[in-house]
Structures are given as structure tokens and as C-alpha cells.
Write a protein that binds this ligand. Structure first.
Ligand code: SF4
Length: 93
């Protein structure tokens, strides 16, 4: 194995940790179903939904710079679609 094998082992956690943090929320998950989460707000059928609301303009979408998928505090930091929506939507101030 030589020196290359010894160097590769400590680097492994640094390579895999960001992948786990960017896990995407599934619409089929129990929490997503409880919050009526949809990847596309156009697919929402919920009394609380108002046109124009989406994850990108929700206060719980914690990376306003994200244009596609980004972390949501309601889902423990897992990523939701910027164009999505759920019933926990809170206006960004
Ligand atoms: S809490 Fe906000 S950012 Fe998170 S899924 Fe619901 S609407 Fe989207």
C-alpha cells in the first residue's frame, strides 16, 4: 500500500461529510407529508398556501443565495427545492 494508503484514510470523513449535510427532502417522507411539502409550489393544494410563497422566500430557508436547492431549518438542514413549499412557510423579513 505504501504512503498513499496512509494519507488517504484521514481524508475520507472530509470527503463524505458534506454529502450527508446536503441530503434532499423526499416528498414521500413522513415529515414532508405532515407539512404538505411539495418540490414545486405550483403543485400545492392546501388552504394556507398563497400564490407567490415558496421556499426561496421563506425565513426557514437558511441560504438565501441558493437558487435551486437549499437547507431548510424545519427539516433539520436537509435541502428543499427553492421553488417548493410547505405549511410551515414563514415570510422572510
Ligand atoms: S419551512 Fe419554508 S423553506 Fe422549509 S420546506 Fe417549508 S416553505 Fe420551504
Amino acid at each position: 500500500m505504501g504512503l498513499a494508503g496512509i494519507v488517504a484514510i484521514p481524508a475520507a470523513p472530509l470527503i463524505f461529510a458534506p454529502v450527508a449535510a446536503q441530503e434532499r427532502v423526499s416528498e414521500d417522507g413522513p415529515q414532508a407529508k405532515a407539512l404538505h411539502y411539495r418540490h414545486d409550489a405550483a403543485d400545492v393544494d392546501h388552504d394556507a398556501y398563497e400564490e407567490g410563497q415558496n421556499c426561496a422566500n421563506c425565513a426557514l430557508f437558511s441560504d438565501p443565495e441558493a437558487s435551486d436547492w437549499g437547507p431548510c431549518e424545519a427539516f433539520g438542514g436537509r435541502h428543499v427545492a427553492a421553488a417548493g413549499w410547505c405549511s410551515a412557510w414563514v415570510p422572510r423579513s
